[in-house]
Each structure stands twice: as structure tokens, then as C-alpha cells.
Ligand binder design. Sequence first.
Ligand code: AMP
Ligand code: ZN
Length: 505
Amino acid sequence: MSDQFTPAEQHADAPLRLFNSLTRTVEPFAPIDPGHARVYSCGPTVYNYAHLGNLRAYVFTDTLRRTLLWKGLDVTHIINITDVGHLTSDADAGDDKMEAAARAQAKSIWDIAAHYTDAFKRNIADLNILPPSEWTVATDYVPQMIEFAKKIAPAHCYELDTGLYFDSSTVPDYGALAGGRDDAAHARIDPVAGKRNPSDFAIWRKSPPGEQRQMEWDSPWGKGAPGWHLECSVMSEARLGHPFDIHTGGIDHREIHHPNEIAQNQAYCGCTDAQPGFTGARWWMHNNFLVDRQGKMSKSKGGFTTLFSLIDAGVHPLAYRLLCLGAHYRSELEFSADSVGAALTRLKRLIMGVEGLKARAEGVTWQSPRLDYLRANLHPKLAPLLEQFDAAISDDLMTPRALPLLEETIAIKKVPVDEKLCLIAAFDQALGLNLMHLTRADLRLTPRDAQIRPEEVEAELDRRQAARAEKNFALSDEIRDALIERGVDVMDGDPMRWEWRLKLG
Ligand code: AMP
Ligand code: ZN
């Protein structure tokens, strides 16, 4: 039997409730089209590698997507690729991030975009994030952006030497998503000369006279490039139609990017009076930041940690996914060598548990995680675990509450092993940890600069165990100290002797 979802046949119990940034409350979720949810996620700006903080945003959207599937819904999910228009400041100041990166690396923007888009997609695959139904690339939509801008310009925009600007006072409740208009905050960010209100923003940025940009298009407002906020309004409308169900992004987008998208959407539909609550999407959802000791992780600060650097350090990428799932998406999450190391240990224990069950279940069919079937047939000791798991993820994606239920399922005694495996496989469809297929060996990534190979560590630990058996503690300590010296952390007291790892950071 397949381990894929069969949405139409599932009947999950707990009602799905999601936090809506518009109302700042957890609300019962129902899609506009029964049985089918439409989701748009602001995608990466491909001028550099995604850092781990960016990737937290996509682990979050994947958890959302998998939960919608778990609840039996069909999902159309769009992620865009921003390859033009995102300036170094989220307001209209600074350079285009893509132009700046191309200049710094002496490459064409198109090469920069292709390289970092490809790297981003590799990160997505390594994190077992389901690919979106469609990737929309901003530069493919410039004609539609011009049409969109032409429609909203007469009633909502004004032209300056630098471009076409959106007058934020022409829509009701501008900035409501951010908790209200904050002109003082906007004014602090490099004001553009001539703007009517500090929170007005560029719809179209004209190329400066005498300067040719690598990426520029003709428009009724002269040669130039679209504003970043315009892209998402246009691509979400083009692919999903307004209003769609859920728009996601990191919490930084709640302040400027998403309020600006909302203002454009309101202007475009012309329905500000007829539909007072119209924003373009019913739910706006935001993940909180991944932080490190220096504060919010960000690309522009430099020194960020990428998934590639984590893999080079010997950490399996799904350990990072597990780290993310261990915190609720609306809480800040601290990243450190220790926190990701602990997640790797937790993942190892999960994999070992599942491997042990699979060994006991040899020859038994266990991959049949259809929820309706499970619900009807599950052992009485397992049924409450399924119910609690469903309740946890249905409660605004409470993965920190769901994970211990997975661990409990692995550990529970006196239950048919095939039923346990079915339930674990079902849980993992929502969690995406690839638990049914990963092996212990897959988790042993050798760090790029390792001074010692895993086989050698194992051989040394065998020698150490023999020394201890002979009560030769001096030799045992000597072996441990030598391992530490070579960058191996040995965790004593683990009966399975699995607990060693190469030191990180
Ligand atoms: P960007 O490539 O800068 O457009 O960002 C891609 C996504 O990552 C956006 O949804 C951001 O809001 C999100 N993001 C940026 N920094 C962080 C962070 N430190 N933690 C979590 N999400 C972030
Ligand atoms: Zn966006």
C-alpha cells in the first residue's frame, strides 16, 4: 500500500485552527473552496544562499501544507522566486539586492539568480520540504505587473522622478496587519524625496537617467524595474486568484511587505467599500525568527549559517528540520551548535527506534497509513495517541506537542509492531522527517574538515569498551581524551554506545 496521502478519504477529528495575523487570534480554518486550500508563500530573494533563518520559513510552510493534507484537503501551494526588485532596505531605499550581488561577483544577474535558485531548491529537497505546486519567478511576470500597475495608478499612485509610488492614504486601514500605520518608523528608513506619506512605496522604479540596469523593462513610466511588493500581489492573483486562503512569510514581512501587498490588492480589486475586510487572502500567517547569539540571523549581516555549512560540519539536514519542529513556529528559536547537536541526537534515537521496529516487523506489511483505516482498526493503546497527535497539529501546528507523541508511539509496549509502524508512518507524513526510509548510516555525515573517520571512532570505542571490561580505566580515559583531542564528543553512559558526535562550531 502507498504511504502517500489519499486526501479525499481521510476524516480527521479535531477542527483545524490557525493563528491569523490579521486578527491576532487563533481561528477555525475552512478553505474558500471546500476541500481545496490555496496557499502563497513569499519566496527567497536569490542574491545569496538562503541562511538557516530563511529556511525556517519554508519548514513552517511545509508543516502547514502537510497539516492541510493531513486534514484531507487538496493544496495548491505557490512559492515565488524574487529575482528582481528587492532593495537592500524593505522600504524604498538602497540598491537592488540582485544588481548589487551581480556587481560584487562580476556576473550577470541571470547567472546569479540561476545559481542561488538552484542552491535554494537543493536546500528544500534536503529538508524534505514538498516542492510547491509551482515556483513562480518574478521576472516571468513583468508584463502582468505593468498591467496591474496601470490599473491601480489613476486612483492610487503618483509619479516622481525616481518612479511610480503608491499613496498609502488612498486605502482604508493601511498597515492594519502590522498593528496600524507607523509613519514614524517608516520615516526613520531613508525617506525618498517627494513622497506624500512616509509609508508610500514604489510600484515601479525608474532607471536613473544615463544609467543602464542589467534588468530593466519599458513601461508607461519609463524604463525601469518593478517594486518588490508588486511582485507578490501580481503572482498570487495570477496563480491563485484573490481572495485565496493563506499567505505566509517571516514575521518581518508583517511590518512592511505584507501591508503593502494588502494595499495593492485592495486597490486592484477596487472593492475597498464593497468588501471592507478584503486583503487578498483570508489568512496571513508568519513564522517567528531563528536567532543566534548575535540576534536575528540575516543574510545582509554576513557570517550566516547555511544548510550547506551545516552539512559540511557533519549535521544531517533533517536534524535542522527536527530542531525547527521542536519549537512552535510563532516562537523565536535559538540556533547554536548545541541546539542542533541535541536535535541530531534526538533524530538518531527516532531512527534507531524505527529501525528496531522494522527489524521486528520483517515480512509484515506496515505501510498503510490511511487515517480512516487507522482510526477504525488501531489497537486501543495506540488510538489515543493518534487522537492527541491530530489535536496537537490541528491546534495551530503545535509540533512541539506532537513530537513526544511520536516518541511515545515508538516506545509503547505490548502493541502489534505493524500497527505501531503504520501509525509512525502516518505521523511522519505530517512531520516530514523521512523516518521510514532513513537509516542510522545515512545520519553519519563526515564533516568536511574531520580529522577522524567514523569507522576509526567506532574502532577506538570498541578498544575503549574492551579496556573498561578489563577494568583498565587508565587506558579507557586515555582513549577518550585522545578522541576529544581529535574533535569527538563522547557521551558516556549510553548503553547502545551510539552517543558520540563530532564537535560542532
Ligand atoms: P528573503 O530571501 O530575504 O526574501 O527571505 C525569505 C524568507 O525568510 C522570508 O519569509 C523572510 O521573512 C524569512 N526570514 C528572514 N530572516 C529570517 C529569520 N532569521 N528567521 C526566520 N525567518 C526569516
Ligand atoms: Zn512577498
